[in-house]
Ligand binder design. Structure first.
Ligand SMILES: Cc1cc2nc3c(=O)[nH]c(=O)nc-3n(C[C@H](O)[C@H](O)[C@H](O)COP(=O)(O)OP(=O)(O)OC[C@H]3O[C@@H](n4cnc5c(N)ncnc54)[C@H](O)[C@@H]3O)c2cc1C
Length: 248
């Protein structure tokens, strides 16, 4: 990645005005994924000076600033297990120190572990211009206009769980799964190889019935049948974990 012109605005209004007025403007979170691309970016807007770096507990859950790093999530005990676990296997600590939760959401990467966990948790995204958008709606439809993600709100859950299958520790998931339990269970499956989708259920005990609600497909990394077999194993582990929740 090469950057022709760089801006580091001090307030969100300036950042947004630059985004909509400058041709081919690109927002930069941690810049980790952008850096992998072999292209020249004419104008980059760095969000690091906007104070989007806090994790706040609210009466109904918690809110994570878009510039919170994956390492902050990993090391904050107030974050639900499902979200904390999902970041632990993403690259190494050096990458997790730079990669942001905002960049992970806005990339809409189908392999994303972070998105699978946030979808299970029914997160809501807060954009500067568009306001609040449920995460599943954002994944299905994207945005009509360029915008800046400010924060992510996550409602309280009783329990949550994340599991993935990666060929090696730092690889991308071949399939990933997250479950959150509030009054009902929300099961989210990602890297199918499509982006994460969630279903809500009273019970997850019938593994086959749960799996039948997801569409596994073949790509160059794995066949649909292999992905479904992996998902079955992950789900069986989740059912065992959920049995412990019942006794807590
Ligand atoms: C080696 C490596 C391995 C990885 N492995 C995994 C993995 O196994 N699982 C996984 O889930 N992820 C993985 N990731 C992805 C990583 O978790 C982050 O998703 C990625 O680095 C993006 O975060 P970032 O802050 O660097 O975003 P950036 O690179 O800065 O931006 C990514 C995209 O989001 C946009 N953007 C960023 N922030 C905002 C915002 N606030 N508002 C609007 N748009 C915004 C940018 O314009 C860009 O299009 C990996 C990344 C690397 C480099």
């Amino acid at each position: 990645m090469k950057i022709k012109e760089y801006s580091n605005p001090r307030n969100i209004k300036d950042a947004y005005e630059q985004l909509i007025s400058r041709e081919k403007a690109t927002i930069m979170g941690g810049g980790v994924f952008l850096k992998l691309q072999r292209r020249t970016l004419p104008f980059v807007i760095d969000l690091s000076n906007l104070g989007l770096t806090g994790i706040e507990t609210t009466p109904t859950g918690f809110t994570i600033g878009a510039m919170v790093t994956l390492r902050q999530i990993e090391t904050d005990a107030s974050i639900p297990d499902g979200l904390r676990e999902c970041v632990k296997q993403i690259a190494g600590v050096a990458v997790r120190n730079m990669a942001t939760v905002g960049g992970s959401v806005m990339g809409r990467y189908p392999f994303s572990d972070v998105l699978t966990a946030l979808v299970a948790l029914n997160a809501t995204l807060a954009f500067y211009k568009k306001g609040e958008v449920p995460i599943s709606e954002f994944l299905d439809q994207g945005l009509e206009k360029a915008d800046i993600l400010l924060s992510i709100s996550v409602p309280k859950v009783k329990h949550s769980f994340f599991q993935t299958y990666k060929k090696v520790y730092t690889d991308f998931s071949l399939v990933n799964l997250s479950i959150a339990k509030a009054d009902t269970y929300t099961v989210s499956m990602g890297a199918t190889p499509k982006h994460a989708k969630a279903i809500t259920l009273e019970s997850i005990d019938d593994v086959r019935a749960v799996l039948d609600q997801f569409d596994f497909q073949t790509d160059r990394r794995a066949s649909a049948a292999y992905r479904r077999a992996l998902a079955k194993a992950l789900l069986e582990d989740a059912v065992e974990e959920a049995k412990k929740w019942k006794s807590l």
